[in-house]
Design a protein around this ligand. Structure first.
Ligand code: G4P
Length: 285
């Protein structure tokens, strides 16, 4: 299947990002732990030059733990501060503070030399759509967080959330645009729900997901849906699922569109188990 993305969105998003990045010291980049390379936009490395960097492998609760360990090692080796996260839970957030300090140590040191003490680090959360940016900001900020209001020089509408004495967070996340020339990357993002479903043919997408699971993660479909994988071709999976889940139209025909949606929803919600779509090697890193 052919997945298209519109360059118009990219130009606008990039311009907005450039403006916001001028205001901050630290980029907190969320990637999807199930596809950490595909869900990154490498342009952020250029846009964020000179800034502190922190990578959060979000939705780690849905990812394969062994694969996440490989990704942690990969990003650490590249010099990033990196942490696994379930943005919906507050557990683990305490570990963030020392990481922020480490990621910004050059800035803190520079301030100190100039006699500026205790100026808070200003941070911004970035990531592609659906990666968990808003969830993370809400978990981090909580209800107690005070918004510090607009300030001179701050882009209209931007507000800072004071997390503590050391960190202020821009309240609106930066939206990175998915980037792919390679259709495999597009497909992985589509499986995860990071590309608007409206522009995709969901029946085809679900069939591609079936193919991927049959070939790369044998047993996953059989285990959850209690179907027989042996001899089952990708294009037959939806019919099989429609049968076992009684997803039928009025006349008793399989409702393949509803079944496609069911499979994608189940996969994205982690009901089929913890599946990571790429290791660093598979992603060509
Ligand atoms: P965005 O701002 O980057 O676009 O993402 P957002 O926070 O809206 O999160 C997208 C979806 O991912 C939400 O689910 C959210 O609950 C879920 N999510 C975020 N972080 C995690 C995580 O670490 N683990 C898991 N399992 N899910 C996470 P939703 O179904 O779209 O909304 P809701 O029904 O949860 O409100």
């Amino acid at each position: 299947m052919n997945i298209q993305w519109y360059p118009g969105h990219m130009t606008k998003a990039k311009r907005a990002m450039k403006e916001d990045i001028k205001l901050i010291d630290l980029i907190i980049e969320l990637v999807d732990a199930r596809a950490p390379s595909s869900s990154r936009n490498p342009d952020i490395d250029e846009l964020g030059q000179g800034k502190g960097r922190l990578i959060l492998l979000n939705k780690a609760d849905l990812a394969d733990e062994a694969a996440s360990a490989l990704w942690m090692a990969y990003f650490e080796e590249k010099g990033f501060e990196v942490m696994k996260l379930d943005a919906r839970s507050k557990a683990g957030l305490a570990r963030l503070q020392p990481m922020i300090q480490r990621a910004c140590k050059e800035k803190i040191e520079r301030d100190r030399r100039r006699g500026i003490l205790n100026r808070p680090v200003r941070a911004m959360v970035v990531g592609i759509p659906n990666v968990g940016k808003s969830t993370f900001i809400n978990s981090l900020a909580g209800k107690a967080a005070a918004k510090t209001g607009n300030r001179p020089g701050v882009t209209k509408g931007n507000q800072w959330i004071r997390l503590n004495k050391q960190v202020e967070l821009l309240d609106t996340p930066g939206i990175l645009w998915p980037k792919f020339e390679d259709q495999t990357v597009g497909l992985r993002l589509a499986f995860l729900g990071s590309i608007h479903d409206e522009i995709l043919n969901l029946d085809e997408l679900a069939t591609e997901l079936s193919r991927y699971l049959l070939e790369e993660k044998p047993g996953v479909l059989a285990e959850y849906y209690k179907i027989t994988e042996e001899g089952c071709m990708a294009h037959q999976v939806l019919e099989e699922l429609a049968r076992v889940r009684s997803c039928l139209k009025k006349g008793g025909e399989p409702d393949l569109s509803r079944t496609a949606k069911l499979l994608l929803d189940d996969f994205r919600a982690g009901k089929l188990g913890r599946v990571t779509l790429e290791t660093p090697k598979e992603a060509g890193c």
